[in-house]
Design a protein around this ligand. Sequence first.
Ligand code: MN
Length: 292
Amino acid sequence: MTSLSNPIGVHALVWVGDTAPASVDLAVERTKSSGYDLLELSLHDLDHLDVPRARAALEAAGLQVACSRGLAFDADVSSDDLAVVERGATLLRESLAATVGLGGRILTGALYSALGKYPSPVTERGRQNAISVLRDLAREAGAHGLPIGLEICNRYETNVVNTTRDALRLADAIGEDNVVIHLDTYHMNIEEEDLVRPVWEARDRLGYVHIGENHRGFLGSGHLDFRAFFHALADVDFRGPITFESFSSAVVAPGLSADLAVWRDLWDDGEALAGHARRFLATQLETAATRA
Ligand code: MN
């Protein structure tokens, strides 16, 4: 039986589209008032992020922080082109520095490739480039006591890691203990046979979880079997962060919204959405914990 000890998080894009100071303040305030323990900040807008100021706001609110990002086609560590790889590596180093500066507990996401639809499979050379960069990143993160997450994304958003087995193979190839697996139910719905086996396959390296509906809207309004997923998390005694992720054209992040194919409104009131999700997640965890 598991406890209810998982930090429950919410993705900042439920609140705001960028990370300028006023936006971070709003995201912190709403995350806190909606009863969450953790705010996930996407680092797609690093240029506008005031790291010390954001850290102070997060600490004042007593919130944990996780950082996430994907790379870009001109800054992609899985490219065959070493200049493109180096630009990706630079983005990752800057993102790690921001995560450390924020007091973040993890840097995760599609750190191994661009976030977008590729025209062909990753090459062996490209995969080796990603492995090499991520090994250096993991070692640097390890010196700060930080894990690096490999978020498993669907085929339309990356060609490097689509399944839990892909992620485990990549983690093994990187060969660093602080590389963890990041499951996301939205992506699992597209790529995995079910929502249970991946949890068992990843359990020794599972470090972070995204909860999203099949259409990325209100939890429970789609067809995902969250009961089975939360039972599996309880069965493997997962204690890491569980973060609600949802996107709407009501909150637009230039660039990222297009990469995520956010073309329609699934909600327009982030507070109603996040309040509902917080209650939904608490109920799922509490229910799973009642199992003998
Ligand atoms: Mn996700």
